[in-house]
Design a protein around this ligand. Structure first.
Ligand code: SF4
Length: 465
């Protein structure tokens, strides 16, 4: 796969383009604000947006209301994120009336989904720059054009292009970082809009990933989280190494202490991956494994390509090799045609796995997906009742799973001081649980041993050893 860097792309029309852009923004001390909706992939993209702003000489603003340039990095996976975006845009419209030079920009999945420039212009009348998921690297060029020509800039590439390497990124956490290993998705789960807005699967070259991780370690990062819509299919359809092999390569990097990854599609979770997880000491013994439903009928309608039996077998294999492995999941409640029996099957599977935690969602109809056209959408009062039952079960399992850590000593990577109580610090254990204990800010970025003395639903509480 051909790779390029940000300078190459910005300089497509003019070899001096990037320096022109930089020169234009130099010394202006403009401020920026990035607002992110959606998943970790979007969080990672926002780090690139912030990195590009800073490379142009922009400095962070305290709030979006005060900023000279605001960008909304959008999500269209669920309706809620769309509603929040539209509410926020409405508020900024009033501010822009008093501050006409303010640059309001929208990018990401929602822009990609809307497609045509005409639709976008109508929907976002006061936004100066709009771009899709495939051309994030164009932001400096589009801003420059919007400001110098005084014209609105819309750029939505219909198809994914080459992976752009060497983009700047502003990673705020002291000791941990997200690293993309692939983009897009080929799975077309029947409820999901992602393959339509993020394009087909493309894996980064392993040598680029390894070089990025080495560089992050040099900068002081101890933990990396590898990101992809389905990391288990990394390297497929290319001459790259497989995902388990990538984990083994990263495990060799001196100075790196923890490797996490998400998300894993159960249909692609191989025995080789389970062995790599068990044998690589830096790979955290934690996996996020979305099941979505415990009913074979619904799984088929969802186009998930596994059965509940396949899923339970994977969980068995994971626990055989790693008895302590923590498992979390995603579950959709109220998928079209979901019967009481289908839902009972989900509860039953949940009890059998007894997850450490779960992200539970009410099915959200997405225009353009096969599930949108399925008859028998489930009424809100039924999904509400099912959701309440699922949450009660997930809380019970979570507490039970947390209680297993009582009296044990966990290694915790400290993220910072608690906002509620300055005498406490918080961080994540190897098994992905949030842990709080007495300590000072000086522990931030360090891995310390903490003995767990009590547990709550979302937190383990302990004492530093
Ligand atoms: S695996 Fe399925 S749910 Fe996940 S991004 Fe791809 S299509 Fe969506």
């Amino acid at each position: 796969m051909k790779q390029a860097n940000i300078s190459d792309f910005c300089a497509l029309e003019d070899k001096e383009y990037l320096s022109k852009v930089k020169e234009f923004f130099k010394d202006k001390k403009h401020t920026y604000f990035v607002e992110t909706y959606g998943c970790q992939m979007n969080v990672r993209i926002s780090q690139t947006l912030a990195g590009m702003f800073q490379e142009m000489g922009y400095v962070p603003a305290e709030s979006k209301e005060e900023a000279d340039a605001v960008i909304f990095n959008t999500c269209c996976v669920r309706e809620g994120a769309e509603d929040r975006l539209l509410g926020n845009l409405g508020k900024l419209k009033q501010i822009k009336k008093k501050k006409p030079e303010m640059l309001i920009m929208v990018c990401g999945c929602m822009v990609q989904e809307q497609g045509s420039a005409e639709k976008l212009k109508k929907r976002f009348p006061f936004c100066s720059v709009l771009f899709g998921t495939h051309n994030v690297h164009e932001m400096p060029k589009l801003m420059f054009s919007a400001l110098t020509k005084g014209e609105r800039q819309v750029s939505v590439w219909e198809k994914e292009g080459d992976i752009v390497e060497n983009m700047p990124a502003l990673r705020e956490k002291e000791a941990s970082a997200f690293v993309n290993i692939m983009y897009g998705c080929n799975n077309f789960c029947s409820y999901c809009i992602v393959p339509y807005v993020r394009g087909r699967e493309r894996s980064r070259r392993s040598e680029d990933i390894i070089a990025e991780v080495r560089q992050l370690v040099k900068e002081g990062k101890k933990e990396i989280t590898l990101l992809g819509q389905n990391v288990n299919s990394y390297g497929k359809n290319s001459d790259e190494i497989s995902f388990p092999e990538l984990l083994r390569e990263l495990n060799k990097i001196d100075g790196l202490e923890r490797i996490r990854f998400m998300t894993s599609h159960p249909k692609d979770l191989s025995d080789q991956l389970i062995s790599a997880m068990a044998e690589c000491e830096k790979v955290c013994k934690y996996i996020h494994l979305p099941v979505q439903s415990g009913s074979n009928r619904i799984l088929k309608l969802m186009n998930r390509h596994y059965t509940r039996e396949d899923y339970l077998l994977i969980v068995k294999k994971l626990r055989e090799k790693m008895p302590d492995v923590a498992i979390s999941t995603d579950i959709i409640v109220g998928f079209p045609t979901e019967s009481e029996q289908d839902f009972e099957d989900t509860l039953d599977l949940y009890k059998q796995v007894c997850y450490n935690s779960a992200f539970t969602f009410v099915y959200s109809k997405r225009i353009g997906t096969p599930a949108e056209k399925m008859e028998e959408q489930i009424p809100a009062e039924i999904t509400k009742d099912r959701m309440a039952r699922l949450i009660a079960l997930s809380e019970e399992c979570c507490l039970r799973a947390n209680e297993k850590y009582l009296g044990r000593t966990l290694e915790v990577l400290v993220e910072g001081v608690s906002k509620k109580d300055e005498s406490l610090v918080f961080g994540r254990s190897d098994c992905g649980r949030m842990v709080t204990f007495s300590g000072c800010a000086c522990l931030t970025g360090k891995i310390v041993k903490v003995k767990i003395t009590s547990v709550k639903l979302n937190t383990l509480i302990g004492e530093m050893e």
